[in-house]
Design a binder for this molecule. Sequence first.
Ligand code: GTP
Length: 386
Amino acid sequence: MKLALIGFGQAGGKIVDEFLAYDDAIGGGFIESAIAVNSATTDIQGLENVPRANRVLIGQARVKGHGVGADNELGATVTEEDIDEIQGAIDRIPVHEIDAFLIIAGMGGGTGSGGAPVLATHLKKIYSQPVFGLGILPAMDEGGIYTLNAARSFQTFVREVDNLLVFDNDVWRSAGESVADGYDRINREIVERFGLLFAAGEVGNGDHVAESVVDSSEIINTLNDGISTIGYASETVDTTGNGLLSSFKEEDGFDEGTATNRMTSLVRKSTLGRLTLPCDVSSADRGLVVATGPPEELNRKGVERGRQWLEDETGSMEIRGGDYPMPHRDEVGAIVLLSGVTDVPRIEKLQQVAIDAQDRTENLQANADEEFTSLVDTGGELDALF
Ligand SMILES: Nc1nc2c(ncn2[C@@H]2O[C@H](COP(=O)(O)OP(=O)(O)OP(=O)(O)O)[C@@H](O)[C@H]2O)c(=O)[nH]1
């Protein structure tokens, strides 16, 4: 499907940058336009792939290009004030060519956390295309302010978009990695999963017409509303024709049984393995299974079996399935999109920690005010200058 990507804040911009590189690398063609919005000059200058003309600096009057310092209320305010600047960049998008907008933001900071929901509200008012969000949750040890920001932004963002796709940094961190290396790796994981999903809806004009390609409307209908999470699993296949697999192949070069079993097991691994947002799979309302890989290794039966398995696992009758053929790849994969999930312990925990952080901050503030008054107050024994 064709998307207009809008990266908000530092994380949002970096992920859009990575999406552009990925789309290019796989020849996906799912990005129609890409915009980055930020209140920090250095962050926006550091991007590599977003065209310069599509980088929008907001909040200059208030923060002078220095960012909003994790104050997401200020992030929301400067976005409202400078919405015309952002609209100026959106006006250059051929909106009639896109299937949806995707706004991407780290939810723990200030600019993206506060600004992304404001932009979603604005786009929904003007355009008929769906507006999706991709929200990045902070790791739990990032501290109270990030958790509080994320919980408040989540509540608002999910209400304003047609669907909020969620990625949880906490689940994807590795011990012993620097923050920068960690983000680079995590960002590649993000774009591979979401990129393959969106690229899947963009097949149609190539040489390889799959048995049952995924259509952009199937992705849109699966997303529909609520929040979503994605699983992905892949396996290397021997495409040279000399390997072990080839010895099982039938005369036409395709072993139906192997391909079917492989896909069913990949769908299971993808669903029961690490999701972008861990959740109880049975709480999903809708789902989509996408089989990716060289067209000669994909078959309809494999997707159908995987789809049926997911129906049983979720109890949902709304599980769609299809192919995304990728010629010249030596990997077969399965993407599982679970949408309308409701049993998500991580969100409940985030909200609880945020409520505690909010209460603690209010108490500390009240005490600090009292203590400061008693520090300065001499009981009338000293007169202030004026
Ligand atoms: N996955 C991922 N997460 C990131 C990255 N950079 C920052 N984050 C996350 O995003 C949150 C901070 O958001 P940023 O995007 O840095 O903040 P911002 O929107 O630019 O807002 P301010 O810096 O406060 O003006 C952090 O809590 C991290 O969890 C990144 O490159 N990848």
